[in-house]
Design a protein around this ligand. Structure first.
Ligand code: HEM
Length: 259
């Protein structure tokens, strides 16, 4: 809970006089857990979805894209929220190196939460616009159109046949936008090779970023568990899991009320 200035409520003054039981605001908690859910969903599907059979593959890729773009949108809200609402201070028991490590890890997590969706978005944008001269030249070379934005009518349309336009939608509602300057590179056949090269780079960065993100998440969870289990601090309660330690003042008030 925050006060009017957005400063989290400070419920418990710890043994050393420091604050050990402050929580993130409700909005920060909702953003944290919803982003976490979508990221875990995307990491668990990302490495396998290309191997699924059609049309299941198209459904799963659509969900992956929807979840990823939702992460990007929620992360932007979260950054604005974070800049305008001070997070609860670290407990006194945290050493200086732990504070530095936590800051660095959080910064890296924010970077991943922006860069993973952006590289994914760049992957699906690095195809020529359906119907453009580049797309027609591409269709002549490869009978099947690129997976992400177009789908053939039934089965292979045969070399040169114009693909039926398939519009992928975010959560089946909003058409997925593409990054126009990246899509434009393949507008004409002369740009196809450069666009293809870029596409491979984006796929490589997106896949490597996924492994880095998994590493960061493991560190993040281990750090939280260390404070919770070894240091016996109410670390998980800061993000809404479990109960807070009651402040001595509230404890006395509750006792008084019970009498
Ligand atoms: C937090 C967000 C995201 C996470 C954690 C994530 C994670 C992943 C992972 C781990 C892979 C497997 C990469 C590989 O096989 O090397 C993948 C593949 C893919 N992702 Fe994402 N992704 C996210 C967002 C997005 C977004 C926003 C889009 C599109 C708008 C997207 C499009 C794709 C595509 C098209 C592939 C298949 C790449 C290929 O192998 O051709 N992703 N994702």
């Amino acid at each position: 809970m925050s006060n009017q200035n957005g400063v989290p409520s400070l419920d418990y003054i710890g043994p050393q006089g420091g604050i050990s039981n402050a929580r993130y605001s409700r909005v920060a908690m909702i953003l944290h857990w919803s982003i976490a859910l979508f990221i875990v969903f995307n990491l668990s599907l990302g490495y396998f979805m290309e191997g699924f059979a059609m049309p299941f593959r198209l459904i799963v890729v659509g969900l992956h894209i929807s979840a990823g773009l939702t992460v990007l949108a929620l992360t932007l809200v979260r950054v604005v929220w974070r800049l305008s609402h001070a997070p609860p201070p670290y407990p006194d028991s945290m050493t200086s190196w732990e504070r530095h490590a936590a800051h660095y890890a959080h910064f890296m997590l924010y970077a991943a939460m922006v860069l993973m969706p952006l590289t994914g978005w760049a992957i699906i944008s690095s195809h020529p616009r359906p119907g453009s001269p580049g797309a027609i030249a591409e269709a002549m070379r490869h009978p099947m159109p690129p997976m992400a934005m177009t789908a053939s009518a039934k089965g292979s349309p045969g070399a040169g046949a114009p693909p039926r336009k398939f519009v992928m939608k975010i959560w089946y509602v909003l058409p997925v936008p593409v990054i126009a300057p990246i899509e434009a590179i393949g507008e004409h056949p002369g740009g196809l090779a450069a666009q293809q090269e870029l596409h491979e780079k984006f796929v490589h960065w997106h896949g490597t970023g996924g492994y880095i993100l998994i590493g960061l998440l493991i560190l993040h969870i281990l750090g939280a568990l260390k404070h919770q289990v070894l240091d016996k601090q109410p670390e998980l309660a800061r993000m809404g899991i479990g109960k807070r330690v009651r402040s001595p003042r509230k404890e006395r008030a509750a006792d008084h009320h019970d009498r």
